[in-house]
Design a protein. Structure first.
Length: 167
């Protein structure tokens, strides 16, 4: 029995095992959340006995987990965060390991940010000066950032499960 996916009348996206399985909801367009929901649906399929081989299920779950790890997207605020040497070191380590690293700031101008990005190995196409914290938060959400480092507690509060406060 396959995984089915759909969208409720209110626009909520879901996946489930078969046609009668429990619906596991996720944010539409968020691939990482969809994969987590699919993992739950596969587990349900195994639990009700639709999968004959436990190894099949384990392989599918592991593929989903691996895809989630590879889709990691990390962003850093500029002012007050990338002025700290341990944060610069963290960026370099992430870039070297192949993680998609972004620099997102409420600054109006990105010229100084670009210079820093080039030193740290962040592609300039991943550098954003949004002009306000409100727009920075929206950019982080639009880019589906998994982890964002910022020194502004107000920004962190608006990014539950994503924002990490830097002191």
């Amino acid at each position: 029995m396959p995984i089915n996916r759909g969208q409720d009348n209110n626009g909520a996206c879901w996946v489930r095992w078969g046609v009668e399985g429990k619906k596991y909801y996720y944010e539409c367009g968020n691939e990482e959340e969809r994969n987590k929901a699919k993992e739950k649906a596969y587990k349900q399929g195994y639990a009700i006995g639709d999968l004959d081989e436990r190894d099949k299920l384990i392989q599918r779950v592991n593929r989903i987990r691996q895809k989630n790890l590879q889709s990691g997207r990390v962003s850093f605020d500029y002012d007050g965060v990338l002025s700290i040497s341990r944060m610069k070191d963290k960026v370099k380590t992430l870039v070297e390991s192949g993680v998609d690293v972004f620099m997102i700031s409420a600054r109006n101008d990105n010229s100084e940010m670009i210079r820093t990005a080039l030193v740290l190995g962040i592609p300039t196409s991943r550098v954003f000066a949004t002009g306000s914290n409100k727009d920075k938060i929206q950019k982080i959400k639009n880019l589906r950032i998994n982890t964002h480092y910022d020194n502004n507690p107000d920004v962190i509060r608006q990014l539950p499960g994503v924002g990490i406060l830097v002191r």
